[in-house]
Design a protein around this ligand. Structure first.
Ligand code: ADP
Length: 655
């Protein structure tokens, strides 16, 4: 091939190339171009390009043409090939931007001198747009995944997080950027958990079996709370089908788990309640059936048989005692209801605990003696006087001591009061009632403070009681801001511990004096001594008869009146140890009498005389009013010997 032929074929090739080819002289003036370029620049033919400058193409702006010329000059001066991407508005495309990948290189003459610049460009607009579009859609996809609910993440084979959604970022407590590339071991959830996760991931990547972990370990959130998740783990492949990591999708099932837990607890509670109900019914039916059977049986014998007076009396006593049992049961139900609705205010009075323990000892003596039990009182002799509600404290300790006696066939009962700490005006005390009795089974211990619960049910063993004592004790302890605990072992004994934080009674000698005087009030029931004169106001002859009988048997001299006016007059003119007033008197009610008397007492500077009222209705109905007036206690009819014991806790003995 000749040189001409060679040149011709080269020219032909250039002109037919899909690229845009042009060359300029040293002054960046166009010398020639191929057909494609001429067409792109809107020229009729390629010859028209000769002598044109970039600025002759009006649609090219100045900064662009300056850029072209600067690049041309650089190529020629530095003798380099410059590869650049230009975005140029093209008239042929309605002024739309087109992207060109352009190589510019210096042109040499035969002496190797630079005579111009040759440019070869290719239109990459379509590729660019496609790239842009795919970038946009991958951004959109990323955005969608990032905002998907649940926890979504994927890790590479090195267990590093390479993708995740917003919830995973939040859970990790790290920023989006810093979570990237981290392994579980480097994230907040503990080492143990991280190792379990990595083991699962490895298994999934190796076996390809989808792994579902329903009872996954609770994960620690950045704020310290826990989340339980159900996770599905799967292998992750690349386009070529090789495993590149794993994909995890997890759902927060914390609420479901909590709900499940609550259901289990509720079920257990329902079962326990059902069991308690059955036991309660069995206890109650035993407690009702026993005295009822007695009453019915004895009554039928009385009907059928002609009896001696003595026998008749015996039967009458038996019926009476069966009736008392029923009444006691009814009273205990009422007591529980009252305790549940009680708004009883707590009295604040100085208490000498040493004296109180002596009183308790005296009161417990008869029952201790009748069972032949030893009684030890270990009271810290340095105990300071404290402020609390004396009657409440005394009653609850009596209750515990009575239980101790009841459930101890032999051995001893110990009452212990110890000072635990003394701070400024407060003293911390531990009071213990210990016995060497039958004890309580471990699985029953936590229930003994429940109302009507008996660890030794009536239908199994014969222990009197209705399972309300400890319930009331606990309520009373709480009212005194204390707490009660029990430790027990079957066949060994029980120990009830009460912890109180009492205010000190202060250094005022008078306060302590009050306490000492109180100690003189101790009464020994049934001691045979005259206990003084009392006033009873009751219009119902039968009730009056019963009350008078009870009181006379307990060594009281009783003055009885049947209306309110007489009662008030008697109170103001005579001396009584205490008075019992029926609320339902025909003229003045017991409450009216008490109110009038308290006013009179105050106006005349008289010492406080204990006043008690008797109601046929619920105590709660009148309790508040009575407290307001200064009535010492409200009793519910029928009045019994037990009520006298309660009264005696309020009064001073009379020599
Ligand atoms: P109850 O009137 O039946 O004695 P409590 O409420 O006082 O009722 O006591 C509840 C149950 O706790 C009792 O029935 C008994 O089984 C058990 N219990 C209470 N104190 C003792 C104790 N000191 N020793 C053994 N069991 C006791």
């Amino acid at each position: 091939m000749t040189i001409e032929e060679n040149f011709f074929s080269l020219d032909l090739m250039v002109h037919n190339m899909p690229h845009y080819v042009y060359w300029k002289n040293k002054k960046s003036i166009y010398m020639a171009c191929n057909d494609n370029t001429a067409h792109l620049l809107g020229l009729k033919n390629k010859e028209e390009i000769f002598g044109k400058r970039d600025k002759d193409f009006y649609w090219l702006n100045e900064s662009l043409t300056d850029q072209f010329i600067a690049d041309d000059q650089r190529v020629m001066i530095e003798k380099i090939t410059l590869t650049k991407e230009y975005s140029i508005p093209i008239k042929q495309f309605g002024g739309a931007l087109r992207f060109f990948h352009t190589d510019k290189l210096p042109l040499y003459d035969q002496q190797n001198r630079v005579i111009g610049v040759l440019a070869i460009a290719i239109d990459i607009t379509d590729q660019k747009l496609a790239e842009k579009e795919s970038h946009a859609s991958s951004l959109l996809l990323e955005d969608i995944i990032f905002n998907l609910p649940g926890l979504i993440y994927w890790k590479n084979k090195q267990h590093q997080y390479v993708g995740f959604n917003k919830n995973v970022v939040e859970l990790s407590g790290l920023s989006r950027e810093s979570l990237y590339g981290k392994t579980d071991l480097e994230i907040n959830w503990g080492k143990k958990e991280a190792k379990v996760f990595q083991k699962e991931d490895k298994e999934v990547m190796e076996t390809g079996i989808i792994k579902i972990t329903e009872n996954a370990l609770p994960l620690k959130r950045a704020d310290g709370s826990y989340i339980v998740v159900r996770t599905e783990k799967n292998r992750l492949y690349d386009r070529e089908g090789s495993i590149v990591g794993m994909l995890g999708v997890a759902l927060d099932i914390t609420d479901k788990k909590i709900f499940e837990q609550q259901l289990i607890i509720a079920k257990e509670k329902a079962e326990a309640a059902n069991k308690a109900k059955t036991e309660f019914i069995m206890n109650m039916s035993h407690d009702l059936r026993t005295p009822l059977a007695g009453i019915i049986g004895l009554a039928s014998i009385q009907v059928d048989k002609k009896m001696e007076q003595q026998e008749q009396q015996q039967y009458g006593q038996m019926i009476h005692s069966a009736g008392e049992q029923l009444l006691e049961l009814l009273n205990s139900v009422i007591e529980v209801i009252a305790a549940e609705h009680s708004v009883e205010s707590i009295k604040k009075e100085a208490i000498n605990l040493i004296e109180l323990s002596k009183e308790l000892q005296t009161l417990m003596q008869p029952s201790l003696q009748s069972k032949g039990l030893q009684f030890q009182v270990n009271v810290d002799p340095m105990l300071p006087a404290v402020i609390s509600d004396r009657i409440t404290l005394k009653r609850l300790l009596l209750n515990l001591l009575s239980n101790a006696v009841k459930f101890t066939p032999q051995g001893e009962i110990i009452l212990e009061i110890n000072q635990i700490a003394l701070e400024k005006d407060q003293v911390k005390l531990a009071i213990r009632v210990v016995d060497t009795g039958i004890g309580i089974a471990k699985d029953r211990l936590d229930k003994i403070f429940d109302r009507f619960y008996r660890a030794h049910p009536a239908y199994q063993a014969e222990y009197k009681g209705y399972g309300i004592g400890l319930y009331l004790v606990k309520k009373a302890v709480e009212r005194l801001n204390g707490e009660i605990n029990v430790a027990s072992e079957e066949g060994v004994g029980s120990c009830f511990t009460l912890n109180f934080n009492f205010s000190l009674a202060g250094k005022d000698p008078d306060e302590n004096k009050t306490v000492l005087q109180e100690s003189e009030l101790i009464l020994t029931p049934g001691s045979g001594k005259r206990k003084g004169t009392v006033l009873v106001a009751e219009d119902n002859a039968l009730v009056l008869h019963v009350v008078k009988n009870i009181l006379s048997n307990l060594n009281y001299k009783v003055i009885a009146v049947t209306n309110g006016k007489a009662a008030l007059q008697a109170l103001q003119t005579q001396s009584f140890v205490w008075a019992l007033l029926d609320i339902g008197l025909p003229d003045l009610s017991g409450i009216d009498i008490a109110q009038a008397y308290r006013q009179w007492e105050q106006a005349n500077n008289k010492p406080h005389r204990p006043l008690f009222v008797l109601t046929a209705h619920a105590v709660e109905e009148v309790k508040e009013k009575c407290d307001e007036i200064g009535i010492d206690y409200v009793f519910q009819k029928p009045f019994t010997c037990k009520d006298v014991q309660t009264i005696e806790q309020f009064i001073q003995p009379v020599e």
